[in-house]
Design a protein around this ligand. Structure first.
Ligand code: ATP
Ligand code: MG
Length: 255
């Protein structure tokens, strides 16, 4: 059996000691898979992926990347372990050009000379629009292009696992389609993808499997095709959480 790309084992994590937000979450992501983490507002989705990425303290449980324990590896070291994280906001430097954004990522990896080119070139090849506009300030990009740049910056690290927190946030349906198509391309290039999403319909469209997180624990993990027909899905979203109606509608609409 091949080792999973990512294994989250009964993880507990939170911002304040004694107040876990992630409460015993477990999830396994196979090599080359795209897995989505869904769930109502405040379920702990962002906290979960931030804990995996070393940005939120873990109080119990483990995170394994290709079988190697990376629990408590500091966030800035994660790229060297093969994990790249794209946060929901502030994921590009608006006052730097596209080229500077990408070069900065390469510099943080201490890539120089040929090594630097070897990291930058495949990323420019995958994002021809960014290559064309490389002298443009990132702050002048549209939401979709900015998200593409955030993904591109993460890929400079040539990660084995790419984690994204709500890559569709604030994008029109057309742009969501473009960003998600790019994620499929990223997967085809050999990178495993874990994404947090509010956009249930889009997430179930791109992912192989999805987990529904409620109150810090996964309640359902299933192939997306099964989740679409799963009555538990709507129930979990409705639950005790007001304001989840939109997500429920999205589930129904996606069916
Ligand atoms: N920096 C923080 N400090 C303290 N508590 C926080 C912090 N960030 C989030 N929380 C709390 O953690 C809980 C889970 O938040 P989290 O952002 O992980 O949820 P989420 O599932 O990503 O929600 P959303 O769908 O709204 O993004 C919430 O109760 C939130 O108030
Ligand atoms: Mg969130």
């Amino acid at each position: 059996m091949t080792v999973p790309a990512l294994q989250i084992e009964t993880l507990e994590a939170g911002y304040d000691p004694g107040l876990p937000i992630v409460r015993g979450a477990s999830l396994s992501v196979a090599q080359g898979e795209i897995v989505a983490v869904l769930g109502p507002n405040g379920a702990g989705k962002s906290t979960l992926v931030k804990a995996v990425a070393g940005l939120v303290p873990v109080s119990a449980g483990r995170v394994l990347l290709q079988g190697q324990d990376i629990t408590r590896v500091p966030a800035h070291r994660m790229v060297f372990e093969g994990l790249a994280f794209v946060p929901q906001t502030e994921n590009v430097f608006a006052n730097l050009t596209i080229a500077e954004n990408l070069e900065l990522s390469a510099s943080l990896l201490k890539a120089r000379g040929a090594q630097r080119a070897q990291r930058l070139e495949p990323v420019y090849a995958m994002f021809p629009d960014l290559a064309r506009q490389r002298a443009l300030d990132a702050g002048r990009l549209s939401g979709g292009q900015r998200q593409m740049l955030a993904v591109a910056r993460a890929l400079i690290a040539q990660p084995r696992l790419l984690i994204l927190d709500e890559p569709s946030a604030g994008l029109s349906p057309k742009l969501v389609g473009e960003v998600f198509a790019k994620l499929r391309e990223v997967r085809a290039s050999g990178v495993t993808v874990l994404l947090v999403e509010q956009n249930v319909k889009a997430a179930l469209g791109v992912a192989d499997r999805a987990a529904v997180l409620v109150e810090g624990r996964e309640r359902v993990v299933a192939p997306c095709a099964e989740l679409l027909a799963d009555e538990r899905m709507a129930a979990l979203y409705l639950g005790r959480h007001a304001g989840a109606g939109q997500a429920v509608d999205a589930v129904r609409e996606a069916r």
